[in-house]
Design a protein around this ligand. Structure first.
Ligand SMILES: [Zn+2]
Length: 411
């Protein structure tokens, strides 16, 4: 199903896109190279794509080290501090120290515009919608920019912060919310809570769900479970606090388009996504290693978008890859199988090294003791080609996170 907004859209050609990217980059770099100490030490002027490709890659660890050396914001600042109006922070969940990220009014407007013009547009969300954001509204960028983007669109935006799951379900039903935003895991959790309390989500006004933080909405079995529970169409969204909103799934439902009108994207030889943002010049990122492992395609998409597509969404975090008998695996591959079983609540992958061997156990939580754990093991072995042991634990015993479920636990 192609949305009306997508079909009405006129897209520019790839050559026009490349020319526009280079022009935006060169304009933005003018200020950065004049005043931003972090990038002045790393970059040279960019006349064309050859120059761009010679610029160094930058990793999160470089930024963390810079902020540690020059606290609290580091040296990646293009303007005097009074120009900045917002501070967000990364979770530091993947072993790193949290990064602080500042926005100017202009760069915040850029984030909100990307949401309105790209992410919401692809999901056919309009000013007539009521958008319920089932997040805690902590220091991460994502839900704040989603909120500002919905506001910019003219939709009614509802913060579901500081509420229990039951209150959120009740609130979004009473308010007749039409769009739910949450992590994919949390959408399933809300559905469980609704079922237990006797609320009927399938007859609610929610028609679209948009998910971030985990790759679930691009994993077919997880997406089907969410769509069945909510009787809605689910979309995936990608973004990072330090980069901004980078992508969204479309009506073709087979991956995530990267928003190339606002970013330059590259993929390293080992499959890591590298991004340069083209509208956040107060604290920009140039050739930034995202830590996301991806497969990209430029095949024409049925939705009409000319933008690069991440096939199947983000495959996984570079840090989350684990190896079993020489086979490299990502949690999303395990999730695709585990989510075939609707009775599973949460799951984690325990990884330990014993006598030079990688030992992996998939711990799944499910109600009752009659869960077919042997069948799940057989399904995993068939799909992944290696044996992963499974262990059953009672429902609600694994840790839950409102933002990103931590899938791999290294013991
Ligand atoms: Zn598409």
């Amino acid at each position: 199903m192609r949305s009306r907004l997508e079909t009405e859209r006129s897209w520019i050609s790839h050559d026009e896109l490349r020319a526009a990217q280079l022009a935006k980059l060169r304009t933005g770099l003018r200020d950065v190279l004049a005043t931003n100490a972090f990038w002045r030490a790393r970059l040279h002027d960019v006349g064309g794509w050859d120059d761009f490709e010679r610029l160094p890659l930058t990793a999160k660890s470089d930024l963390v080290a810079d902020q540690a050396a020059a606290p609290p914001f580091g040296t990646n600042l293009t303007y005097p501090q009074e120009r900045y109006v917002r501070l967000h922070q990364t979770s530091g969940s993947s072993g790193g120290h949290p990064l602080r990220w500042l926005d100017t009014a202009e760069s915040w407007e850029w984030c909100a515009r990307i949401w309105a013009d790209h992410v919401y547009r692809a999901a056919a969300v309009t000013r007539a919608d009521r958008v319920f954001l089932a997040f805690s509204f902590g220091p991460f960028l994502g839900f704040w920019s989603a909120f500002s983007g919905a506001e910019r669109l003219g939709a009614l935006c509802v913060s579901g912060g500081s509420m229990s799951s039951e209150q959120r379900v009740q609130d979004l039903l009473e308010l007749e919310a039409t769009v739910l935003m949450s992590t994919p895991t949390y959408a399933l959790r809300l559905a469980d809570v609704a079922r237990e309390r006797g609320f009927d989500l399938a007859s609610s006004a929610v028609r679209v769900t948009i998910h971030a933080g985990e790759p679930g909405a691009s994993i077919p079995t997880t997406r089907s479970a969410i769509e069945a529970a909510w009787s809605a169409v689910s979309f995936d969204h990608t973004g990072m606090t330090e980069l901004g909103p980078t992508g969204h799934s479309c009506s073709a439902r087979d991956g995530v388009h990267l928003i190339e009108s606002e970013f330059i994207f590259e993929v390293t030889s080992d499959g890591e996504l590298v991004a340069t943002n083209l509208g956040r010049w107060g604290m920009p990122l140039i050739r930034y290693r995202t830590g996301d492992r991806v497969i990209v395609s430029r095949e024409p998409c049925s939705c009409g978008s000319p933008f690069l597509k991440l096939v199947g969404g983000i495959q996984g975090r570079v840090d989350d890859m684990f190896t079993v008998r020489g086979v490299n695996l990502y949690p999303s591959q395990v999730e695709e199988i585990v989510r075939r079983y609707r009775e599973v609540g949460e799951f984690v992958i325990e990884h330990r090294r014993e006598r030079q061997m990688d030992e992996v156990t998939v711990v799944v939580e499910a109600a009752g003791s009659d869960f077919p754990i042997g069948r799940l093991e057989a399904d995993l072995r068939q799909a992944l080609g290696v044996r992963l042991g499974c262990r059953l634990v009672p429902l609600r015993t694994l840790p839950r996170s409102e933002l990103k479920a931590r899938r791999v636990i290294r013991l």
